[in-house]
Design a protein around this ligand. Sequence first.
Ligand code: 13P
Length: 249
Amino acid sequence: MRKKVIAANWKMYKTPDQAREFFREFLPLVKDHDRDEIVVCPTYLCIDAAVNSVNGSCVAVGAQDLHWEKEGAFTGEINAAMLAAVGTTHVIIGHSERRQHFGETDDTVNLKLKSALEAGLAPIVCVGEVLEEREAGLTDDVLRRQCLRAFYAISAKKASKMVVAYEPVWAIGTGKTATPQMAADAHTIIRGEAAKAFGQEFSDGVRILYGGSVKPQNAKALMSEAEIDGALVGGASLDPKSFAAIVRY
Ligand code: 13P
């Protein structure tokens, strides 16, 4: 049985004070919850507040991106070692908003994945098709390409902490959700690519999350699908009660 991961992606929301306020309300609601792993990914600026707030609880803190170089003249960037040094344990890589608005490519996803693994972080690698690709019947091809290139030249041993998130872009922030069956089909493709890159044993164990308009109302149906190993939640993770309801689906 793969332990599910319920992760929050706060995107560009909340100040450090608002982050502390969130955890004051959220932590008592998920006290002693050990059925699933819980991860919250705030902005870089809120990581310190988040790490201090979750101290001693069952909640882990992740970042939303990183740069792959060890250091250098890269204005505005943050690397894996810096994230690990401040208590971050997870990092989202290749989110569709980074691919869409900030020039993220399959190749930079691969570089970021390698550097996160090298630093001992658990990467949450995002893949997913846009609406035009789904309508053109290209979903499987897109997922295969994204996985093939993300996983390139990484060993199963190195990749052990990796988690993948299937986030169909048309379902993000739109209120449209993939049906559990659609998600399960995509997850099967992704798991197949993981088997090709890392072997069957790795592929049987890797957690594949679903993201895209996950809400308290649809969490149970999605999480009941055997192929879905958790959720990456945007909008509904900003409110402590709503995110706790998803965690306790
Ligand atoms: P929403 O839950 O707001 O659709 O966002 C999903 C997402 O992008 C999580 O990374």
